[in-house]
Design a binder for this molecule. Structure first.
Ligand SMILES: C[S@@+](CC[C@H](N)C(=O)[O-])C[C@H]1O[C@@H](n2cnc3c(N)ncnc32)[C@H](O)[C@@H]1O
Length: 309
C-alpha cells in the first residue's frame, strides 16, 4: 500500500453518511433498489431460505445454544428501528453489541433512537475509522457482522486480519456486501441487458426525481462515484477472495442485484407506489434470478459466513 492509496478524504465519507436516510431516498422518494420491501425480502430469502434470518445466523455459532451472554460487533451503523443490531438485542441472546462507524452523527442519532426504544442497555456505539484506527477490544466476539460497510474499505487485508483476530474460537463472521465491479464500472453485457430492459419500461416508471427519463442502465463514471463518496466500492470486487484468504469461509450466498441495482437506481420508488410498477417488480426479480442462475449476469451482492482461520 502506498500513501496515495489511503488518502481518500474520510471527512467527505463521514459527511455523506451522517444523514444515511437521505442517501436512500430523495424527498421521500426511494432511489435505491434495496430500500423497497420486495427486493429486500428477496435478498433475505436468497440468503437464508425459509428459516428466520436471526435463527439461521445464531445456528451458525456452534456454542451459542442456550446462551444469553453473546457479544457482537457491528462494523457499520444502520439507521432505524428494524436494523440487524436491534433485532439481535431483541433476540435476548446478547449481553453486549458494539456498533462502530466513521460517522459520529449517525451513531448519535441511532443511539438516541435505540435509547428511546429501550434497547440502550445492550448497545454500545463507538466512532471508529475502520481504515486506520486500532482495534481496541478487550474480549473476543461471538459474532462480527457487516452490512454494506466493507465495500467502503480500502485496507481490506488489515481489516480481515483484525476480524480473524477478534473472533472467539467458535465466533461467526457474517457480511452482506456489494461485491460487484469496483466503483460500479459494470461490464458491457450487463449494461446492454439492463439498458434494454430499461427502455422496455413505460416512461413514467423510468422518470427520475429531476424529471429526466432514463434511457439506459445507471452507469456512473469513476469520477462521479468518487466525488459523491471517495470510499464507494473502492475494492468491492476483491471482497470475497480476500475474505477467503484471511478467514475460514463456510458459505457464500450470491444474491443477485445485478439487474435491479443499475436498473432501479434513482427510480426505485415508482415500483412501490405506482400502478404498473408494483406489478412489474416481482417479474423483474424473477428475471434477475434467471439471468444470474443461468450465468448471463454476474451476482453483484453476496452474503458470506465464516469462522476464525
Ligand atoms: C452503505 S452504508 C451502510 C450502512 C448500513 N449498514 C446500512 O445498511 O445502511 C456504509 C457505512 O460505512 C461507513 N463507513 C465508511 N467508511 C468507513 C470507515 N473508514 N470506517 C468506519 N465506517 C465507515 C459509513 O459511515 C456508512 O455508515
Amino acid at each position: 500500500m502506498n500513501d496515495d492509496e489511503n488518502t481518500k478524504p474520510l471527512s467527505r465519507v463521514e459527511e455523506k453518511w451522517s444523514n444515511s436516510a437521505d442517501v436512500y431516498s430523495k424527498d421521500g422518494f426511494k432511489v435505491f433498489w434495496e430500500s423497497l420491501e420486495l427486493p429486500s425480502a428477496y435478498q433475505i430469502q436468497e440468503a437464508f431460505g425459509d428459516t428466520p434470518w436471526i435463527e439461521n445466523i445464531l445456528s451458525r455459532i456452534p456454542d451459542a445454544d442456550g446462551r444469553s451472554d453473546l457479544r457482537a460487533l457491528a462494523l457499520g451503523c444502520s439507521h432505524g428501528d428494524g436494523v440487524a443490531a436491534n433485532e439481535f438485542v431483541r433476540s435476548g441472546r446478547f449481553e453486549e453489541i458494539t456498533v462502530v462507524d466513521l460517522s459520529s452523527k449517525l451513531l448519535a442519532s441511532q443511539q438516541e433512537l435505540t435509547d428511546d426504544l429501550g434497547l440502550g442497555e445492550i448497545l454500545r456505539y463507538r466512532r471508529m475509522d475502520l481504515e486506520n484506527d486500532p482495534w481496541e477490544f478487550e474480549q473476543p466476539f461471538d459474532l462480527i457482522f457487516a452490512i454494506g460497510t466493507l465495500h467502503h474499505i480500502e485496507r481490506l487485508e488489515r481489516l480481515f486480519s483484525e476480524i480473524n483476530t477478534h473472533l472467539s474460537p467458535s465466533g461467526l463472521f457474517c457480511m452482506r456486501e456489494y461485491v460487484g465491479p469496483d466503483r460500479f464500472q459494470y461490464g458491457e453485457k450487463q449494461v446492454e441487458i439492463v439498458s434494454e430492459i430499461m427502455r422496455a419500461l413505460p416512461e413514467r416508471l423510468r422518470t427520475d426525481v429531476k424529471g429526466q427519463v432514463c434511457q439506459a442502465a445507471w452507469q456512473p463514471t469513476i469520477d462521479e462515484v468518487v466525488e459523491d463518496d471517495p470510499s464507494e466500492a473502492i475494492r468491492s470486487s476483491e471482497l470475497l477472495d480476500l475474505a477467503n484468504r484471511f478467514l475460514s469461509v463456510d458459505e457464500i450466498r450470491l444474491t443477485g442485484g445485478s439487474l435491479l441495482d443499475p436498473l432501479l437506481h434513482g427510480i426505485a420508488g415508482h415500483f412501490e407506489n405506482n400502478p404498473g410498477g408494483r406489478e412489474i417488480l416481482p417479474l423483474l426479480i424473477v428475471f434477475e434470478k434467471i439471468l444470474v442462475r443461468k450465468g448471463v449476469l454476474p451476482s453483484d451482492y453476496a452474503f458470506l459466513f465464516a469462522h476464525k482461520l
